[in-house]
Design a protein around this ligand. Structure first.
Ligand code: HEM
Length: 421
């Protein structure tokens, strides 16, 4: 521990995965927010600066020259240099690599291009909601929140329908890989790569890489109106995605487009059931759908933190940071910062000026899929309104033991009211 770290109070533990089985440790995060300057959080043999105030998260997010995504890793733990290189995708790069990669794919995710997928999102949502309503009760995660985003992203990528179940299976193994237990052996799916070189240490990543490469090859020969075709054809000033860039990006899209939105749709449904006065407000005034969507994203905070590493010695909130130290932004704290959000633990479907950081605190890495995620939450709300669907939560959810994704493994819900369509 250096002198600067000794001078500050140690943060209460917010990384222990077991804490998250009972939800975000809001009390501990609030304590860190109230600590003057930054608090040093021990982690493994070292530690990190815990950045918990809304204003400080924004400063770190926007200063990518000082706070690097490419040095080390964007998760808490460090990776060996070869593992970092093998896994590196858009999210773990800095300018100019980041600018180049992001420019190659950004066009596919603009509001205009995402809007083209609205009918697909609606068709999938309608099918799942109607099935849930017909059954009357069940695991909302399994029946609605999990299948919706994965079906959407597979459709957009152009994965043939007959392969969808296989890809859903792979993506579920990846989600499992964010926790501490894996249910498949290292050589599953014919994997021969050392697990430490694969995203989430999962053999399912190997299978996903292989699948992505095969699909890209097909689309090069036979272009279609889908995202994989757009990615293999993406060109900017003569520049194209290289094979390993494509493979890591395909992997990132399947994962990022899946687990995060699933989490938003799970916490969203629980909030609508438990704050029934707020859902009634939306049912009687559908103009509140946009603000309810943003409130669901704030409330859910599906990604709870992202790490950066100080490129040079710097200072934040009056605390000296040394070059090479880890700086971790806690969105799960910033989104409940009482200096920014009035009554932050109240779910307010009409909340105005909702400057949440569910998609990051701004800056170059701001979530590429934000418009798509918003579209999925919005369409779900619109289709629930059409059906006058009122949900009840039956018992506690089973939460993921993860300090990274605010995951819900299962939650039993019932339809209290629903009108036939
Ligand atoms: C509710 C759903 C989602 C949440 C909460 C979420 C959250 C985030 C966060 C926190 C980041 C990092 C921001 C930063 O470091 O500054 C991020 C990056 C990213 N997200 Fe999302 N995301 C969601 C949905 C999606 C979807 C649907 C896709 C794509 C299909 C997607 C693709 C990406 C990509 C590619 C990046 C990396 C961007 C970059 O590094 O330039 N996300 N997301």
């Amino acid at each position: 521990m250096t002198d600067s770290e000794k001078a500050v109070a140690a943060a209460p533990n917010v990384t222990d995965s077991d804490l998250y089985v009972s939800g975000i440790p809001h009390g501990r995060l609030a304590e860190i927010r109230r600590t003057p300057g930054l608090a040093w959080h021990p982690y493994g043999d070292d530690g990190f600066w815990a950045v918990c105030r809304h204003s400080d998260v924004k400063t770190v997010s926007k200063n990518s020259d000082t706070f690097s995504s490419a040095i080390g890793h964007t998760n808490l733990w460090d990776l060996e240099a070869d593992a970092l290189e093998a896994r590196r995708s858009l999210i773990d790069t800095d300018a100019p690599d980041h600018t180049r990669l992001r420019r190659l794919i950004a066009a596919s995710f603009t509001p205009k291009n995402i809007k083209r997928w609205e009918q697909t999102v609606r068709d999938i949502t309608v099918e799942l909601l109607d099935e849930f309503a017909a059954t009357g009760s069940g695991d909302w995660v399994d029946m609605v929140a999990a299948p919706l985003p994965i079906k959407v992203i597979l459709n957009m990528l152009g994965v043939p329908l007959e392969d969808a179940d296989y890809l859903v299976e792979l993506s579920n193994y990846l989600v499992e890989g964010t926790g501490e237990q894996q249910s498949i052996p290292p050589d599953a799916f014919g994997n021969t790569t050392e697990l430490r070189l694969l995203p989430f240490n999962s053999p399912a990543s190997h299978a996903l890489f292989e699948y992505g490469a095969k699909l890209a090859e097909q689309r090069r020969r036979d272009p279609r109106d889908d995202l994989v075709t757009a990615l293999v054809q993406a060109e900017d000033a003569g520049d194209r995605l290289g094979p390993s860039e494509f493979r890591n990006l395909f992997h990132l899209l399947v994962f990022a487009g899946n687990e995060t939105t699933r989490t938003a749709l799970s916490h969203g449904a629980m909030a609508l059931a438990n704050f029934s006065d707020q859902w009634n407000r939306v049912l009687t005034n559908p103009d509140l759908v946009p603000s309810a969507t943003e409130e669901i994203l704030r409330w859910a905070t599906p990604v709870m933190h992202m790490r950066r590493t100080a490129r040079t010695a710097t200072e934040l909130a009056g605390t000296a940071i040394e070059a090479g130290q880890k700086v971790v932004m806690w969105y799960s704290s910033a989104n409940f910062d009482e200096t920014v959000f009035a009554d932050p633990h109240q779910f307010d479907a009409g909340r105005s000026d909702n400057r949440h950081f569910a998609f990051g605190g701004g800056g170059p890495h701001f979530c590429l899929g934000a418009f798509l995620a918003r579209l999925e939450v919005t369409v779900l709300l619109e289709e629930m309104i059409k059906r006058r669907m009122v949900l009840r939560q039956d018992g506690e959810p089973v939460r993921a033991p993860s300090n990274f994704v605010h995951g819900v493994l299962s939650v039993q819900m019932s339809t209290v009211e629903v009108s036939p369509q």
